[in-house]
Design a protein around this ligand. Sequence first.
Ligand code: HEM
Ligand SMILES: *[C@@H]1O[C@H](CO)[C@@H](O)[C@H](O)[C@H]1NC(C)=O
Ligand SMILES: *[C@@H]1O[C@H](CO)[C@@H](O)[C@H](O)[C@H]1NC(C)=O
Ligand SMILES: *[C@@H]1O[C@H](CO)[C@@H](O)[C@H](O)[C@H]1NC(C)=O
Length: 363
Amino acid sequence: MAASRRCAAVPAATLALVAALLMSAPAAAEVAAAGRYPPLAPGLSFDHYKKSCPKAESIVKDFLKAAIRQNVGLAAALIRLHFHDCFVQGCDASILLDSTPTEKSEQEAGPNLTLRPAAFKAINDIRDHLEKACGRVVSCADIVALAARDSVQLGGGPAYRVPLGRRDSLKPASQDTVNGALPAPTSKVTTLLGALSKINLDATDLVALSGGHTVGIAHCSSFENRLFPTQDATMNQRFAGHLKLTCPVVGTVNTTVNDIRTPNTFDNKYYVDLLNREGLFTSDQDLFTDGRTRPIVENFARSQKAFFEQFIFSYVKMGQIQVLTGSQGQIRANCSARNAGSNDDLPWSVVESVVDAAESLVL
Ligand code: HEM
Ligand SMILES: *[C@@H]1O[C@H](CO)[C@@H](O)[C@H](O)[C@H]1NC(C)=O
Ligand SMILES: *[C@@H]1O[C@H](CO)[C@@H](O)[C@H](O)[C@H]1NC(C)=O
Ligand SMILES: *[C@@H]1O[C@H](CO)[C@@H](O)[C@H](O)[C@H]1NC(C)=O
């Protein structure tokens, strides 16, 4: 795992250059989404579909406006889906692949912890709309990234631009890769930092990305370690009492909201929760307990603007992990399955070299 996620450092000069280019790009004005962006991965650009599918972004947004109005939880599900896709084998839509007789889906691995079926359905529905408008040109991996972006904004979060041009993987990641890549909610900061450093994400990225827990829900199984057999001393007493109403005994199948203050709004209240020792998972609350991340939590709790700016930077950075571009991978005709013809006969060594090539492009 560690070796497969090597990342080159980015010189400050490149950062400055990219920032200058971004500021002069007309697209920035178009969507009124200012902000600080990481350098773009080679092969990705903001206008990838400008000619081939000019309405791609508005098609995704129009679909989600209606779908999220019907089901607000869909936004949280899509924000999490992009995270799971990118952390496991890169942002290549491998998370979307259904199991086949020879390959088990990533969705069946332990830490999938209840990715919502509605999210998978939304991605396929969006893909169908895009195919009708433009033919098969927009990748499932790009749809996942765009859907996550729109979910952030529709939930009250910042608007931002998404680098596009990802291609879809030919295979799901192995169960071991999934289990190794996604940290457990029982993890403390040391473990989290270790996991993120393998994919070139740092403490600031960790705190900003964990802010995704400003929306959505979790099952008792994800945090009952903090209630039973003994209560986690870092947890607010009243909050613990409140959680025990939802999860009265070990093994209760029930859910609660991630952010007790504003459960469906993408804002900085998650950090206010942490200050009040009302974080849900160990992996949330330890961000406040640990001195390395505490000042970052405090900053985001004070300033929603600071959180939004850093979230855009870190989520766009995450969205470029180990992407397939150019002629690598494929554009799927069905986000849940590899295209017919690109089957197991394809020598595995070819797939490997494709992935290796992509790795050298990681930021
Ligand atoms: C840092 C490590 C992380 C850990 C340990 C973690 C863990 C979890 C767990 C255990 C759940 C609840 C699953 C369940 O019980 O149903 C969850 C939900 C969620 N996570 Fe994370 N997560 C992490 C990072 C992220 C990131 C980076 C994002 C996105 C920026 C994110 C967004 C979400 C969202 C939106 C939900 C709610 C999903 C829904 O309502 O369907 N998480 N996370
Ligand atoms: C997630 O993993 C669990 C445990 O392996 C499995 O029972 C469950 O069906 C999986 N969820 C999905 C959506 O595949
Ligand atoms: C599930 O949670 C709800 C509200 O949080 C609670 O009223 C209900 O009793 C819980 N169910 C179980 C089986 O504990
Ligand atoms: C897409 O692929 C999945 C998995 O093979 C399959 O179950 C589903 O029916 C396919 N959808 C369409 C529209 O063909």
